[in-house]
Design a protein. Structure first.
Length: 123
């Protein structure tokens, strides 16, 4: 699967690949799951946050919620860019419509002016 990236993340990924001869196959990050898990557990401890049951998975939920909010709840676009096969799981498990979005939509439907806040999605 090819991922779309822009800005600082894209630049860092390109430099990383360039430093390794721009490989066309293999892992982007030569890390094992256990290494990543241990890293997250250390980070949680250092921050004084209780370690959740799935220390890494929370970031998938967070990115889905943030991306959906930033795209006005465009499930199709979110699924495509963040790597879901379709929108079913995204809608069922990750992307419940936020209370603030429900309120904003109701106010808009009732004819009230809506103050838009800029929200940036950052990987």
């Amino acid at each position: 699967m090819e991922k779309i990236n822009y800005g600082e993340l894209k630049e860092k990924l390109e430099k990383n690949l360039e430093s390794r001869g721009n490989p066309k196959e293999g892992k982007l990050f030569p890390l094992r799951y256990r290494q990543v898990l241990d890293f997250f557990k250390r980070a949680y401890r250092k921050a004084g946050i209780p370690i959740p049951k799935q220390p890494c998975h929370i970031w998938r939920h967070t990115s889905a919620q943030d991306f959906l909010e930033a795209t006005n709840w465009n499930y199709e676009l979110c699924a495509e860019i963040l790597g879901w096969e379709d929108t079913r799981t995204l809608k069922a498990c990750y992307g419940a419509l936020s209370e603030s979005k429900k309120e904003e939509t109701l106010l808009k439907a009732m004819g009230y002016p809506i103050k838009k806040k800029k929200k940036f999605f950052k990987f």
